[in-house]
Design a protein around this ligand. Sequence first.
Ligand code: PBG
Length: 324
Amino acid sequence: MYLQRRNRITRKSDTIRSLVSETHLTPNDFIVPLFIDEGENIKTEITSMPGYYRNSLDVTEKEVKELWSMGLKSVLLFVKSKDELKDNTGKEAWNKDGLMQRSIRAIKAAVPEMYVMTDVALDPYSSYGHDGIVKDGQIVNDETVEALVKMSISHAEAGADMVAPSDMMDGRIGAIRKGLEENNFINVGIMSYSAKYASCFYGPFRDALDSAPGFGDKKTYQMDYSNRIEAVKETLMDVEEGADIVMVKPALSYLDIIRDVKNAVNVPVSAYNISGEYAMIKAAAAKGWINEDKAILEVLTSIKRAGADLIATYFAKDAVRLIS
Ligand code: PBG
């Protein structure tokens, strides 16, 4: 057989495959989500996220030092708020001595160079478990945005490098940017969850923070997974309003969206390899049905190949171990 082109030539050995390989993971690709709890010396495994923990602040400080020593340079903080601090205003979210604010200060003191990003949304503080303020059964937009601005400023005051609004209210990026400017936090960035879909894959995360919505679902603010063009619209608006980094979330069922967004914007794109995506790999691996390490590398590489410059993932430490 005479063939003008033989594509298998560049797949012949490890050597040539590595020479032509297009996508490489490095520790700089990852953002490490951390779940933080009150108390001391507490390390609680999250039932639906085996191998992932909610830690008290003293344990978190040690964890952050370890992350830094592995070359992991950014963390994304989530805190579990006590039930008695939850209400419909979410005011605990901007308490300057709240768990989030104490966590930011402690992490910055432990590892000053660690890039600290913080989740901005009301759900961990809401008695309804919604990302916004509830009135007559509706999640009200504009009052929620005012609360998110206060929350962002209080994170900046505590020393956060970047706030990450994950709520999907309209106009929040512009309002937060204005709030930061007016309060002279000119070096604090915004990583916007720009295209965040209403997804069943957030389930394990809501277990981790005990933050599942008390009524209804999040479909009036998070996006419909049937939609693609809308993701580009949302993201372009966030860039216009002042987002420094944009995000697509979840990642795995949304690789097309990551690519669309990557092609549309001129800011770094991140993707969130979320809790349900973690849980699926863990569960299948525990059954012996897939190889966990190989699955981690394949999934993370595919998210990067789709166009993500940064990946928030619960597999960050595993990935660094596997690529080094
Ligand atoms: C809440 C928030 C969620 C996640 C990050 N921030 C859950 C939700 O929107 O209900 C999900 C992260 C994950 O599943 O890993 N604002």
